[in-house]
Design a protein around this ligand. Structure first.
Ligand code: HEC
Ligand code: HEC
Length: 405
């Protein structure tokens, strides 16, 4: 017995070696792990996936909402989510009471000459995402204005307002429609103040908001309207959720559209969290020539009848770069509301602003003479219909619900 081999002892030894080996392997695996490749090994050891979870959060929750798909090594466009609250100017600090007065004023038809039109007539927050669904606006007496009603949603994030960007703040903007003869047509600021004073409810509301019983003046009226509009924001669109780290918020087609939006050059103008060079958080120039290049679209949609900010004698207009948030809900498109389909708006942008050829109309190849006398092909990227659809799918991801204030 003493000199013989004890099979039990062998078994014990082999068992101990196994345990040590497993421990070493697990340690190695945990310290070497780089991605998903070793997950099965860890699963085998009953590991809790802490490593891979850690890797995820490292790329996805960088403060400032850095895009999770941005490769670490290259300098690429930084996708940004909308901040949860827009800033207010020093002279109009935001408070709930101001926003409440503004809300009432916004849908009060007594603020128009014939008491038939309110801000909400053209900026419908219930059914048209802050726009009106019409090609151009209709004001008092059914008069049609020359321009499309843009959405007021997220306009709190715009530095320059109106299609031509002529107003520098919501406060400055609000006086426009109130006194515009074909919008609300009030004859003067005094007449407007008198109308507001007619309604006893306002006396108390203004007192709460501005701290004085005789606080109803034109400045307070526009301040309240602006405070209300600063609540009309949509910071929780699928796009925002994606950028904040929820990788399931966009589908593969939308992601392809997002990549195309960057690759084709849309981000050159529709940049920053509000997808507009005129946004308070974008560092881009707010105005651009539109349409920048000659295309048949110009004639087809009368895009150069109104020239916006362009100096007299110009052949092309100059316009503020609009935000593209909720754009899928605010057809028809452009300053004159002449385009009803978002697909068509994307085609126009790709060709008239960026010079891409469209697959529908693409010619075989184009050549130009080089300086030294050779015919060389023009390299212009062709945008296919499928790509147009993908961009539209991405733009749809910019639609969000109004946030709850
Ligand atoms: C008759 C329709 C109509 C009414 C009423 C109206 N608006 Fe507008 N609104 C428009 C149109 C059209 C534009 C664009 C005008 C332009 O660019 O020249 C506009 C632009 C705006 C903008 C700028 C949005 C942007 O993206 O630049 C804001 C903000 C706005 N309106 C708020 C208001 C407020 C507040 C009221 C009520 C005091 C109001 N509107 C009343 C039609 C209307
Ligand atoms: C050179 C600057 C520039 C580039 C690049 C650009 N846009 Fe625009 N975009 C504008 C301007 C300016 C307008 C406003 C035109 C007007 O006044 O009607 C606009 C309007 C739009 C509109 C209509 C918005 C509305 O509410 O009616 C859409 C949609 C749009 N752009 C999408 C795109 C897409 C997609 C791309 C890339 C393929 C793109 N844009 C590239 C400047 C640009």
């Amino acid at each position: 017995m003493t000199s013989g081999v004890n099979p039990f002892r062998h078994f014990l030894l082999a068992g101990m070696v196994m345990v040590v080996l497993m421990f070493v392997l697990k340690f190695l695996a945990a310290s070497l792990i780089e991605g998903e490749q070793l997950k099965p090994v860890l699963d085998w050891f009953g590991h809790e996936h802490q490593q891979s979870a850690g890797i995820q959060s490292e790329t996805q929750s960088i403060p400032g909402h850095t895009n999770p798909v941005t490769p670490r090594s290259s300098v690429r466009y930084q996708w940004q989510a909308l901040p949860d609250r827009p800033p207010s100017p020093m002279h109009n600090p935001w408070n709930k009471a101001r926003a409440e007065v503004g809300k009432r004023l916004f849908s009060d038809t007594n603020l128009s000459l014939d008491r038939s039109v309110s801000c909400a007539s053209c900026h419908d927050n219930d059914t048209h995402a802050g726009a009106d669904g019409r090609p151009t606006a209709v004001g008092v007496g059914g008069q049609a204005g020359p321009r499309n009603s843009p959405t007021v949603w997220n306009s709190a994030y715009q530095q320059w307002l109106f299609w031509d960007g002529r107003a520098a703040s919501l406060e400055e903007q609000a006086i426009g429609p109130l006194l515009n003869p074909i919008e609300m047509a009030m004859p003067s600021a005094e007449a407007l103040v008198a109308r507001v004073r007619e309604d006893r409810v306002y006396i108390e509301l203004f007192e709460q908001a501005f701290g004085s019983a005789d606080a109803i003046g034109i400045n307070e009226i526009v301040a309240a309207l602006a405070a209300y509009q600063r609540t009309l924001i949509t910071p929780d669109s699928p796009y925002d959720r994606y950028v904040r780290g929820d990788t399931s918020a966009l589908n593969p087609v939308q992601l392809r559209g997002m990549a195309l939006f960057e690759e084709l050059g849309c981000v050159n103008c529709h940049s920053g969290p509000n997808f507009s060079g005129a946004g308070i958080l974008a560092n881009n120039s707010p105005w651009r020539i539109f349409p920048a290049l000659d295309t048949p679209f110009e004639q087809q949609y009368q895009l150069t009848e109104d020239l916006g900010m362009a100096p007299a004698g110009s052949t092309k207009g100059v316009w503020r770069i609009p935000s593209l948030r909720n754009v899928a809900q605010t057809a028809p498109y452009f300053h004159n509301g002449s385009v009803t389909e978002l697909e068509e708006a994307v085609r126009i942008m790709a060709s008239a602003q960026l010079g891409h050829q469209l697959a529908q109309t693409a010619s075989e190849s184009e050549f130009v003479w080089s300086d030294d006398g050779y015919l060389i092909p023009v390299q212009r990227r062709t945008v296919t219909e499928q790509e147009v659809q993908a961009i539209v799918a991405f733009l749809e991801s910019l639609s969000g619900e109004l946030s709850h204030y």
